[in-house]
Design a protein around this ligand. Sequence first.
Ligand code: ADP
Length: 351
Amino acid sequence: MNEQRWTDPDEQKSDGDLDLSLRPRNLADFVGQEKIKDNLRVFIQAARQRGEVLDHVLLHGPPGLGKTTLAQILAVEMGLEIRLTSGPAFTNSAELIALLSEQTDRRAIFIDEIHRLGRVIEEHLYPAMEDWRVELIIDKGPNARHFNLQLEPFTLIGATTRAGLITPALRSRFGIVAHLDFYPPEELAIIVTRSAGILGIGITEGGALEIARRSRGTPRAANRLLRRVRDYAQVDGHDLIDQANANAGLTRLGVDVLGLEPLDRRYLQLIITHFGGGPVGIQNMSVSLGEEADTLEDVVEPFLIQSGLLKRTPRGREVTVHAWTHLGLELPSDGNSIPVSGATPGQGELL
Ligand code: ADP
């Protein structure tokens, strides 16, 4: 990415230890996503009562919403060891087979960005997930010999920001599929307050809510903004973050009242000034902004759609009336044709 995004969920992965210390370790500390938690509690209890491993779980939703955290919590609650890896980490089938065939009893395997597993590699997962076996092929052509290797039972937890890119064959092998949604400000405020407590930062309710409201519905962004706001407050000589100094810090970071950052605003502005409000294709946007299409689709667009500023149609991206007004731009005289809201029936999971 070209510019620093304070609320960029991926960027914070580099915060390493600090991020780890803020990660909730059990379902009780995992704020929000109540429906998912309720269901998972039942599935965990049922699997434990039967003495079985938990069925395979697919978690999907935008980055920074807690997929990795939830996977780790699931492992803890099931009493499983967890191996963390990601789709792009596998360059060939042998690496996946080596991981699957480790003789470790009672474990979960977490594959982040599972949609980025190569197709040939992915096919080895199917029999592994269904029957605990992988097929080994030794030699080529007429000499090829097939062996079935029996595996220890495991729970596969897959995470993806793009459920739409998961093949139906893989998706159908997950017994539990959960979509994580953006968090409302009240829940993010609980997360901010909890993190402030762990980091030893004094914060008022108003300060926590101000950060929460401007964190794009994303816990990782909320934690990151909390740290930066603390830096400003500290340097300005405040030992408590209240609404006023939270607001001042966030404004200095370029995060506006809706939580939009410079890239988000440039994105909306470009559609309006160069493409008459849209529709415009993602490749066009990617070239014009000099940003990867994946970044736009994963990080920028979901929140703009959720906020009702952007609409995805079969013909491309269109801004809504709300985007014009938020940017303080004057609507064109034929503005009646501009969508009023980003939410369209059936738009569903923002894939
Ligand atoms: P993802 O895997 O979806 O990108 P993570 O699980 O890495 O997201 O979450 C990012 C950070 O946000 C975590 O380290 C944790 O501190 C925080 N976080 C995420 N979800 C929650 C939650 N529901 N409650 C409290 N903190 C959360």
